[in-house]
Design a protein around this ligand. Structure first.
Ligand code: FES
Length: 230
């Protein structure tokens, strides 16, 4: 079956095509945000991921807890290039569509990609901006050279169930590697290398994450054990 994530009306994401799924924790190590492994998750060809945030079997849909969920898709469906602004730096430009899950990979050693732009003539700073842009799981930022060359890592189609250990809460679903995402109305979204989907159920930009899980201190039904200190 085709590798795809199908959004169901007021229900879960149906994932097809044997896309590998991992739980990953965002942790801050020596000034850099990095991924570390979480618990192992069962693998299967097809599975249903919770979209409402209430499942007792997170990250999977439990088949019942979404009964009163209203999951209307509200995201702007124009392409990234139509939605994003191009911010000019001396050595590299930064595209930014402001679709943000606040995963913080755009910050490196205490500086944001936007702050570094003014110093991007320096090759080291330029490389930091490119890394910051490429590692954003929401795909908010894309680094582009003056000649139009787009910097993008090659990512295998995979799904990360994100736990934000730095904040002590659960985050979205990082879908990487150009996975087709189909709306509940059957229309495809633009295929992108990096996309963060909402799994707390409260995003105002569904199906995408807009970081509302931070305000609501979302913890999925299995995430609590990850955050023992809090
Ligand atoms: S979508 Fe089914 S329990 Fe959340």
């Amino acid at each position: 079956m085709e590798k795809a994530i199908k959004i169901t009306k007021d229900g879960p994401y149906i994932v097809t095509g044997g896309i590998p799924i991992y739980e990953k924790r965002i942790v801050l190590r020596d000034g850099l945000y990095v991924w570390e492994d979480g618990r192992g998750l069962p693998q299967s060809d097809t599975y249903a991921l919770c979209r409402c945030g209430r499942s007792d079997d997170a990250p999977f849909c439990d088949g019942r807890s979404h009964k009163r969920f209203k999951g209307q898709e509200t995201a702007d469906r124009r392409s990234y290039s139509e939605r994003a602004n191009r911010l000019e730096g001396a050595g590299v430009d930064l595209m930014d569509d402001v679709r943000c899950g606040k995963a913080m990979f755009c910050h490196r050693h205490g500086r944001s990609a936007w702050d570094m732009l003014k110093d991007s003539e320096d090759p080291e700073v330029r490389n930091e901006i490119i890394r910051a842009a490429c590692e954003c799981p929401a795909g908010r930022t894309v680094a582009v050279d003056k000649d139009g060359t787009v910097h993008e890592d090659v990512l295998e189609p995979s799904i990360y169930i994100v736990q934000d250990e730095d904040r002590g809460l659960s985050s979205g679903i990082y879908a990487m590697g150009g996975i087709l995402i189909l709306s509940a109305d059957g229309e495809p979204y633009e295929v992108r290398n990096r996309v963060m989907l909402c799994r707390c159920g409260a995003s105002r930009d569904k199906p995408f994450c807009d970081a509302t899980h931070i305000n609501s201190m979302f913890k999925d039904s299995r995430g609590g054990s990850l955050f023992k200190k809090r």
